[in-house]
Design a protein around this ligand. Sequence first.
Ligand SMILES: Cc1cn([C@H]2C[C@H](O)[C@@H](COP(=O)(O)OP(=O)(O)OP(=O)(O)O)O2)c(=O)[nH]c1=O
Length: 187
Amino acid sequence: MARLILGSSSPRRRELLHLLRVSFEVIPPKGVEENLSERFCEKELCELSHLKAKNVMLRNPFSTVIAADTVVVLDGLVLGKPSSVEEAYEMLLVLSGRTHSVFTSVSVMYEESEFSFVEKTDVTFREVPSEVLKEYAESGLSLDKAGAYGIQDYGALFVKSIAGDFYNVMGLPIGRLWHELHARGVI
Ligand SMILES: Cc1cn([C@H]2C[C@H](O)[C@@H](COP(=O)(O)OP(=O)(O)OP(=O)(O)O)O2)c(=O)[nH]c1=O
């Protein structure tokens, strides 16, 4: 199998890719503008993960590159990574007591081929007291996560139910990825 590269700086994606039990390198995309429209568009999300994969492949030809992008969507609007503790707190307040969707787009480039797919998970939050949300926003755990929460850390306390893949919310739908790679004989 060609040299496998995870084109991501996300520690969660690195942790999840290890579940494939194949060795890989981590080479984050460089200088890729992640500016998605405010209104969610699945095609745009796919283009962004494809851009990340292409950015790494161009610097590492003849390898297999996996890249991804995760967004939280509420009422059709994209909640990316918060730019401040205040914005994180505002995001968490609108998510409290409601159901939002988490979309992760995964793009894989290998040999002369490439494919992308989008996985969706619906997450329902309990009504969470505002002081708990403020404490979470101030913890620093929010700032590198779409939607200002991590389902894998104590953001889990906010979750009432999910419909779909848990790992997709963390940033990499590893079961779907394994299936797609295996079906194409990539791994
Ligand atoms: C909703 C949610 C997001 N996240 C993270 C996954 C991603 O790391 C991040 C979404 O930002 P992304 O822009 O998808 O990824 P990234 O900037 O972390 O890394 P790269 O672009 O180099 O691949 O949010 C969680 O860790 N847990 C969650 O519950």
